[in-house]
Design a protein around this ligand. Structure first.
Ligand SMILES: Cc1cc2nc3c(=O)[nH]c(=O)nc-3n(C[C@H](O)[C@H](O)[C@H](O)COP(=O)(O)O)c2cc1C
Length: 330
């Protein structure tokens, strides 16, 4: 069985409520963060080797350390929950089953960045998840994890959910910021990057839902321990949306480095091709990835087993796996 760091509790009834989430150790990463300086939290994320889970795979700790900190200017954390790549639904699953995991990660990340306001920008089609998140945020306020002087730490944070109107381009971080400001979601010219001039022209970090959730196990277990999971520069675990002609479609948490063949054929994950047909092709990721014929999806051109890692597949490919069987293209 592969290690699970995000979805180990997702089948527990009521895990989406504050009470049950807290009973299972929820919010302990924030307690840990408050015993550290914000720079120490950034350092821990750097040590973990975590790379952005939104597609580009940029090292998260490094991105956080680029955030400009001019005196007297607010900083923002924005969670990218636009998830519009075809075949992707991992962030939806995480928010729906584990809203408090995202909120906990948002608090720890905002503390690390010195942000006192955080937004979750969510695609308009996920309107029912807006309700789930808002209920969880309200519970977190009531329990004293949001608002002024959180748990007596002296740190304050307000959190808002902002639904978009459903536009693929609003997943691009600068278009997202335009949309969040109430404008048409057109991408901005970079530089300046959001770390310098982001939301309302203030320093901003935009991170994917899963990236932010991963901060929770990183702080709980320590960056060094997290970095031991995975392979090479692909550390930790990764959520994969699996769909198409497979026996068990769904969202799976894998340890990075898992062979693609094991992911598609083992009972622990996709369970093989539907009706035991032959695999024809794999769409590894969203709209911008090449479709891989069966032999190239399981093996690299040099005959090595293809792995679920940033090095062996493209970054976007790690969002989703969509399988086609032999009959699909006939
Ligand atoms: C056209 C386009 C669509 C994108 N859509 C998403 C998206 O839906 N979700 C997401 O997290 N990142 C998306 N991205 C990547 C974001 O611009 C940004 O790199 C990401 O949110 C950074 O988060 P991370 O470092 O945690 O991965 C998209 C990028 C482009 C160019």
């Amino acid at each position: 069985m592969g290690k699970k760091l995000l979805l180990q509790n997702d089948k527990i009834p009521g895990i989406d409520t504050y009470e049950v989430y807290r009973q299972h150790g929820g919010y302990s990463s924030v307690e840990k963060a408050f015993k550290m300086t914000s720079d120490e939290v950034v350092e821990e994320v750097k040590k973990s080797g975590l790379r952005g889970r939104g597609g580009a795979g940029f090292p998260t700790g490094m991105k956080w350390s680029f955030l400009a900190k001019p005196e007297g200017v607010p900083r923002y954390l924005v969670c990218n929950a636009d998830e519009s790549e075809p075949g992707t639904f991992k962030d939806r699953y995480l928010m729906q089953r584990h809203p408090h995991l995202l909120i906990e990660g948002m608090i720890a990340a905002s503390y690390a960045l010195g942000a006192n306001t955080a937004y979750i920008y969510i695609r308009g089609e996920y309107f029912y998840i807006v309700n789930i998140l808002e209920k969880a945020i309200e519970e977190a306020y009531t329990a004293g994890w949001l608002g002024d002087n959180i748990q007596g730490s002296g740190y304050s944070l307000n959190m808002y959910v902002h639904p978009g109107a459903g536009a693929y381009i609003c997943g691009e971080e600068t278009a997202l910021l335009e949309s969040l400001e109430g404008k048409r979601g057109n991408p901005r010219i970079k530089p300046p990057f959001p770390a310098v001039k982001g939301l309302y022209a203030c320093p901003t970090v935009v991170n994917n839902v899963e990236t932010i959730a991963a901060v929770v196990p990183i702080l709980n277990m320590g960056g060094d321990e997290y970095a031991k999971i995975g392979i090479g520069k692909s550390t930790g675990t990764k959520l994969i949306s699996a769909s198409g002609h497979i026996k068990k479609p769904g969202v799976y948490e894998i340890e990075l480095g898992l062979p693609v063949e094991e992911f598609i054929y083992s009972e622990e994950y996709c369970g093989g091709i539907l009706n035991d047909k032959k695999l024809k092709a794999v769409v590894p990721g969203g709209s911008s990835v090449p479709i891989l014929p069966a032999e190239l999806s399981l093996k690299t051109p040099t005959g090595e087993p293809r792995l679920m890692s940033y090095e062996s597949l493209s970054e976007v490919a790690l969002l989703a796996v969509v399988c086609w069987d032999q009959a699909a293209l006939l």
